[in-house]
Design a protein around this ligand. Structure first.
Ligand code: G4P
Length: 540
């Protein structure tokens, strides 16, 4: 028992959230570099591949046999086992991005210092808030001309409605960015340049903040300005406690440059110290009572992602399982709660430093991929003991909509069968007109989901499809009495598979107008399947 508790306490499972181009890939690479696992720059994901068109993306997936885009990587950082869950952005942004985040125990929010809090970051942050995932903030690209650090801290607070606490404070910015003040230690960390591209660790020299050497090195003027800012932070800034961080009330903020490695190592060191190990997760017993599953209890986990294997040689698909408690051993026999049957988890895989390997043993906090012979659905709970299911995964507002139909009407049956499979997997959402079944609209949070859908219908069901995009940009579930809901002119009112009303809007402006027109209704961006709990911050 002791070894399981120690193993679990030594794990940090997290996701990096950011708007495209803020530096998520670069920071992930640096984590690998500092853990001694990076062999070649750019091994995390081929940037070229990631930015390529969707068809190329699929060719890439085929080549590799299995997606690495939404799985997890595991490695050792200074004796701590780190699991990084990849939350795809860019063209491959999809519901999986959100769902993967629910499998994390903590998140690193990367913000570009010249841009501040951007749209995609805001959305992902809301999932963290909903799932009570603590967030660390990494203000990146300090080596470039950026915005004022105090202004960035204020923006985090105002836009995301969370207190911010500067763990360190930058000395200079742009080309003059030379180090940070470690506020806990009252020390200055001076960084020294490495080879271009930051493929080597940055040198770090520590000096007492108030030493004459520090003043000389920084220069009297800049030193005085930094001292004033630090005093301001002490007097007017927030306090920091680990308990408030874990409760999602405050985010510790770090200023750094992932590209040049300036501030990267102190950040990772602080991260493994602050980030929580796997915690107890709430589940619902078969009698409806809520129960907390402690990470040290016997094996349990849930499926957060399904991936159809696009490799023709192996026509299997994978289910990615976040282990919530206990120890997993190869060929473990577990109870599949939804199907109420015992299954053997054979041929488990994990991603170790970018390479797919077979796992013999894994612990709470880890992610394993198992072959899915069409028995797993998103959210399925597996456990040794049985008798409970983890909280259902929330649903997220779709933002792209289309009518999709078979080109050959004779293929209708195969089309319906394929759609059913994709809907069951959670690969796509389907909406219908209220009161009639005829008008079907497919919905997704990212364009790639449609492309994958069309590709898979052709590849697996031999159905060529035509797609007609609809002119809507966002949506919201309507909570409240539908008969008193005032539908705005440009919106389209539909219902989801569970019969819940959802309105589609051509723009955020139209959506906000509808919110104002319907003060008695709640327009929800995230729907928690269990409670219909919603989050209205999302639309800001
Ligand atoms: P993402 O995964 O969040 O989308 O961002 P990514 O790491 O790919 O970084 C986006 C761009 O920003 C890259 O440049 C990257 O080199 C650059 N970048 C990341 N961190 C920093 C930083 O700390 N300082 C500066 N100055 N730039 C940074 P690119 O030109 O798009 O790609 P590449 O040719 O460098 O690979």
């Amino acid at each position: 028992m002791q070894d399981i508790t120690t193993e679990i306490a030594n794990r940090r499972t997290f996701a990096i959230i950011s708007h495209p181009d803020a530096g998520k890939t670069t920071l992930t690479e640096k984590l690998l570099l500092y853990s001694g696992k990076l062999h070649t720059a750019g091994m995390v994901k081929g940037r070229k591949g990631r930015k390529a068109a969707a068809s190329d993306w699929m060719a890439m997936e085929q080549e590799r046999g299995i997606s690495i885009t939404s799985s997890a990587m595991q490695f050792d950082y200074k004796g701590v086992i780190v699991n990084v869950l990849d939350t795809p952005g860019h063209e491959d942004f999809s519901e999986d991005t959100y769902r993967t985040l629910t499998a994390a125990d903590c998140a690193i929010m990367v913000i570009d210092a010249s841009k501040g809090v951007e749209k995609q970051t805001r959305k992902l942050f809301e999932v963290c808030r909903l799932r009570q995932i603590p967030v660390l903030t990494f203000i990146n690209k300090m080596d470039m001309p950026g915005r004022d650090p105090l202004e960035l801290m204020n923006e985090v607070e105002n836009v995301l409605q969370i207190q911010s606490y500067a763990m360190n404070w930058p000395i200079g910015s742009g080309r003059a960015f030379q180090g940070v003040v470690d506020r806990q230690e009252n020390q200055v960390l001076f960084f020294s340049k490495t080879s271009i591209g930051g493929s080597q660790r940055a040198g770090i020299e520590r000096q007492a903040l108030d030493s004459p050497e520090t003043k000389d090195r920084i220069g009297q003027e800049l030193f005085a300005a930094i001292r004033t800012e630090l005093e301001l932070l002490e007097m007017a800034g927030n306090a920091f406690s680990q308990a408030d961080f874990l409760a999602g009330k405050v985010t510790p903020v770090f200023f750094a440059s992932a590209l040049t490695n300036f501030g990267v190592e102190p950040f990772f060191d602080a991260f493994i110290h602050l980030a929580p190990p796997p915690h107890a997760r709430s589940a619902i017993k078969t009698d409806g009572a809520e129960v907390l599953i402690d990470p040290s209890s016997p094996f349990s986990g849930y499926v957060f992602k399904l991936q159809a294997n696009m490799d023709r040689r192996h026509r299997d698909s994978m289910a990615f399982i976040r282990i919530c408690s206990g120890k997993f051993e190869r060929d473990l026999v577990v109870k599949h709660q939804r199907l109420n049957k015992e299954i053997r988890l054979s041929r488990p895989h994990s991603m170790l430093a970018g390479e797919r390997t077979t796992v013999d043993i894994a612990y709470a906090g880890d992610v394993i991929g198992v072959i899915n012979p069409s028995i797993f659905a998103i959210g399925d709970t597996l456990s040794i003991r049985g008798g409970f299911s983890f909280k259902p995964l929330p649903q997220f507002q779709p933002e792209v909509f289309a009518r999709i139909s078979p080109k050959d009407v004779g293929k209708r049956k195969a089309f319906d069968k394929g759609c059913q499979q994709l809907l069951d997997e959670g690969a796509i959402q389907m909406l219908r007109s209220i009161g009639q079944d005829t008008d079907v609209v497919f919905a997704a949070v990212g364009q790639l989901q449609f492309e994958v859908m069309q590709y898979r219908l052709k590849d697996e069901y031999n159905v060529e499809t035509s797609l007609n995009r609809l002119p809507y940009d966002c949506s919201a579930w309507i909570i409240g009495d539908l008969s008193t809901f005032s539908k705005t002119t440009n919106s389209l009112l539909l219902q989801d598979r569970q019969g819940r009303p959802i309105a589609l809007f051509p723009s955020l402006w139209d959506k906000q107008y509808a919110i104002r027109q319907n003060p008695k209704h709640k327009l929800a961006d995230i729907l928690d399947a269990e409670s219909s709990a919603t989050n209205e911050h999302f639309t800001r």
